[in-house]
Design a binder for this molecule. Structure first.
Ligand code: ADP
Length: 448
């Protein structure tokens, strides 16, 4: 494929398209995955902060008496609480178990009066100004050193429902951010490596997908070259003979000889063009829809009769062997089936030396018709048996050239058999003979 510029560039384009498309899809998936991870981490953190803040809020409000004054009872809920500009209050060992979170890394709690002045705090509190406490309960704070905090601010009320101040519960986003940086790095490293693999796989896949197209392209190229070659030989013969005759000293006898050559070569050309037409029509259309029942008993008898003269001229015996009393009928085009069997009989006669025998045998069961053309001819070596059905293939060009065949006879026979949903098999032994078996789907009729 690399020798064909068109296929090479098409493969490259296909691979680039696959890779590009996969790149966009993978990048989108990566972004969605990253966003989903970030959202899930943040939601989990929000949930934890909310649950701690909610519990504290409910527990504290009942014991608050005067706005902006921290009652000693707060110590029961928040251990290691440090009053602003004062020494930290000692930790009460009887503190409730759920407040253990403040001893964990990153959590903090702060109490502020209604004007936003810090009253007390516990845990690793960030240093920042109080912003939008009333309108924006959830805040993500960015410190000058680049650290981030997630924080929930709640308004606390005293036991008699007058506003007391604010409680802020938050946690450092250090751990979450660290995790997300790791995810981002993995995606940034993983995506190009995956794209590299995708590019290699795309190149390989594009090659695989184009193999059948390339194969038929090569076949068409080969077919065109073979057809041109076959057409050139008779044309060159005609040209050479015409040139030698069209001289001032050519006699009438020379002219007659040339005309006979031209006639013979023209016949060869006509046969070749006819064969090529049959093949191209069948390639294009397959079998026409209007198939008719074809009586193979009559077809075989007619063909044996028709080729009897040729067999006698070649000093061969040609026989028909129609087995069974039932008529064997095949749905198809009679003219084509006739051509199929005729090609096989012609070959059998051509490749059987004088004194040999050719038998055309017809048999069948309820579903299949079998036509066997057996000869006692030269035979075919095993490695050639699969190739002889290729277009323009001849086992030995010189030998076949004498028969005038272009190597299309078996190709046509096979195309016709396949168009009738059948097949052709060959069994042969060099020097002993060959048997070509045509199998076609059939329906059996009772003999009238
Ligand atoms: P051609 O027109 O040259 O006969 P075919 O397609 O009919 O082309 O056959 C292809 C080749 O198969 C021939 O060149 C011939 O060598 C071989 N072949 C076909 N039929 C027979 C046979 N019955 N016995 C031996 N060789 C055969």
């Amino acid at each position: 494929m690399k020798h064909s510029q068109v296929f090479h560039s098409t493969r490259l384009r296909l691979a680039a398209l696959y890779t590009g498309t996969m790149g966009v899809i993978l990048t989108l998936c990566g972004v969605i995955f990253y966003e989903a991870m970030a959202h899930s981490h943040l939601s989990e953190l929000n949930h934890r902060i909310e649950s701690v803040a909610g519990t504290l809020h409910d527990g504290l409000e009942a014991s608050l008496r005067e706005p902006g004054r921290l009652e000693p009872v707060v110590q029961k809920f928040v251990p290691a609480l440090c009053a602003a500009q004062a020494v930290c209050l000692s930790q009460d060992t009887t503190a409730s178990h759920y407040l253990g979170v403040f001893q964990q890394d990153g959590y903090y709690i702060r109490f502020l009066d209604l004007s936003g002045q810090l009253l007390a705090s516990s845990g690793q509190t960030p240093t920042h100004s109080l912003e939008q406490i009333e309108t924006e309960p959830w805040q993500t704070l960015e410190m000058p050193d680049g650290t981030h905090y997630r924080q929930l601010s709640l308004l606390l009320k005293t036991a008699n429902q007058t506003p007391w101040g604010y409680m802020q519960v938050g946690r450092s986003l250090y751990e979450v951010n660290g995790h997300m940086v790791w995810v981002k790095l993995s995606l940034l490293v993983g995506l190009p490596s995956t794209m590299l693999l995708v590019a290699v796989a795309s190149w390989w896949l594009a090659g695989q997908a184009m193999q059948p197209v390339y194969k038929s392209y090569r076949q068409i190229q080969q077919f065109t070259a073979d057809a041109a070659h076959e057409l050139r030989t008779p044309l060159a013969a005609i040209q050479a003979n015409l040139e030698s005759t069209l001289t001032p000293d050519a006699t009438d006898a020379d002219a007659w000889d040339t005309l006979r050559i031209v006639e013979r070569q023209n016949g060869r050309l006509s046969k070749l063009v006819q064969d090529l037409l049959i093949l191209s029509r069948m390639d294009l259309q397959g079998l026409p829809a209007q198939r008719q029942p074809c009586n193979l008993n009559d077809l075989v008898s007619d063909l044996v009769e028709e080729f009897a003269g040729l067999a006698i001229a070649s000093h061969l015996s040609l026989e028909a062997d129609i087995r069974g009393a039932a008529l064997i009928t095949v749905l198809g085009i009679e003219e084509q089936l006739y051509r199929l069997v005729a090609n096989l009989i012609t070959n059998a006669i051509q490749y059987t030396p004088a004194g040999g025998t050719v038998v055309v045998c017809l048999s069948g069961d309820d579903y299949h018709a079998l036509i066997q053309i057996q000869d006692t001819g030269i035979g075919i070596v095993p490695k050639e048996q699969s190739r002889i059905f290729n277009r323009f293939y001849r086992i030995s060009s010189d030998r076949s050239r004498q028969t005038g065949g272009a190597g299309l006879g078996l190709a046509i026979a096979q195309t016709i058999a396949q168009a009738h949903r059948g097949n052709i098999q060959v069994e042969s032994e060099l020097g002993k003979g060959s048997t070509f078996t045509v199998q076609l789907p059939s329906k059996r009729d009772k003999q009238p």
